[in-house]
Write a protein that binds this ligand. Structure first.
Ligand code: THU
Length: 130
């Protein structure tokens, strides 16, 4: 299986674990580190709504907590015809940990689009300002 397929398959599989009883909007994400390790996440909703975590942040935080620090690619999977991009909060987190990473958006029907994070998140605020 091609490397990009492996990433997409991981994001799609993670979507199956989504805990989304309030929105019913299930999302999966996968991040790949420089060693080729994959880390996955799904959205995990909360009754208070505001404590909900998106799939992308779960995947990144899992990776960081496992010691991964350099990332090459991120995939996001959702069941939408217009491919679902990361929300603003996730763009900030992805930027801080992954930089201008390759971002693959996908849906359940095999539609994909590959972007760079910088194109979705121009002029970011980050540690370089501190
Ligand atoms: N969500 C994600 O997990 N990632 C995205 O890229 C967009 C939104 C989740 C958050 C919430 O559980 C549900 O989708 C609806 O917003």
């Amino acid at each position: 299986m091609a490397a990009s397929d492996r990433l997409i398959e991981a994001a799609l599989a993670a979507r199956g674990n989504a805990h989304a009883p309030f929105s019913n909007f299930k999302v999966g994400a996968a991040v790949e580190d420089a060693d080729g390790r994959l880390f996955t996440g799904c959205n995990v909703e909360n009754a208070t709504f505001g404590l909900t975590l998106c799939a992308e942040r779960v995947a990144v935080f899992k990776a960081v907590s496992e010691g991964a620090r350099k990332f090459t690619r991120v995939a996001v999977a959702a069941d939408t015809d217009s491919l679902t991009p990361p929300c603003g909060a996730c763009r900030q987190i992805l930027w801080e940990f992954c930089g201008d990473v390759e971002l693959v958006l996908t849906n359940l029907h095999g539609k994909t689009e590959t972007l760079r994070l910088k194109d979705l998140f121009p002029r970011p605020f980050d540690a370089s300002f501190l």
